[in-house]
Design a protein around this ligand. Structure first.
Ligand SMILES: O=C(O)CCC(=O)C(=O)O
Ligand SMILES: [Fe+2]
Length: 197
């Protein structure tokens, strides 16, 4: 993707067709493992606005995000096997873990953050949402010369891949868009495996 120095980001608007995307969205809302994660902010518990669900290929894997652990499930249900296989075959990359985020409407968001360095492939289903990348600042300086805020829309059935130095140099977020009434689910496929229980 152009205009993102120090990042390797690919975006494909119609990675899967709309009918399939809509069908997968509806089926995934029926998963029984959705829950709202709690973060600790200044010692107080803070329940986040989005629902998440997470699956690992192998029961010995553990997933951590922003310092808190995520409840992981095993095995993958057949639908998630099918979706992951579709993404893996098209990209030629295997994944060991998926984190699903469910933004039930535009009031639900994810704040600016960085993720771990593995390849992250993110499939979007449902409502279109804005995605913003911000240059990461270190000691008051951008880590990459010429980095400027970049935003675009993640469509229904689109795929976003972040890899390489992207997380070193950039933060990303899905901001609130209060006018959006429909829901969106993103499936974030990752290779992470480095922490054992
Ligand atoms: O929903 C998305 O597309 C982004 C989610 C995200 O950044 C994350 O789960 O780390
Ligand atoms: Fe992220």
């Amino acid at each position: 993707m152009k205009g993102l120095p120090g990042a390797t980001v690919f975006y494909q608007h119609e990675f899967i067709d709309e009918d399939t995307a809509n069908r997968w969205y509806t089926q995934l809302t029926e998963l029984e493992t959705w829950y709202r994660p709690t973060l600790s902010m200044c010692g107080k518990p803070y329940v986040q606005s989005r629902y998440i669900a997470s699956y690992v290929k192998s029961p010995s894997l553990n997933a951590r995000y922003s310092g808190h652990s995520v409840k992981v499930n095993h095995p993958y249900p057949p639908l998630l096997e099918e979706i992951q296989r579709t993404v893996s075959e098209r990209l030629g990359v295997g994944f060991e873990h998926v984190l699903l985020n469910w933004y039930q409407d535009g009031s639900v968001h994810i704040g600016k953050h960085r993720d771990s360095k593995e390849v992250i492939a993110s499939l979007s289903l449902g409502a279109k949402r804005t995605f913003i990348m911000h240059p990461y600042m270190s000691n008051g300086e951008k880590k990459v010369v010429g980095a400027e805020v970049k935003r675009w829309v993640l469509g229904n059935g689109s795929l976003l891949v972040m890899q390489g130095d992207t997380q070193e140099n950039w933060k990303h977020e899905i901001p609130k868009e209060p006018k959006i009434e429909e829901g969106r689910i993103s499936l974030n496929f990752r290779q992470l495996v480095h922490q054992k229980r």
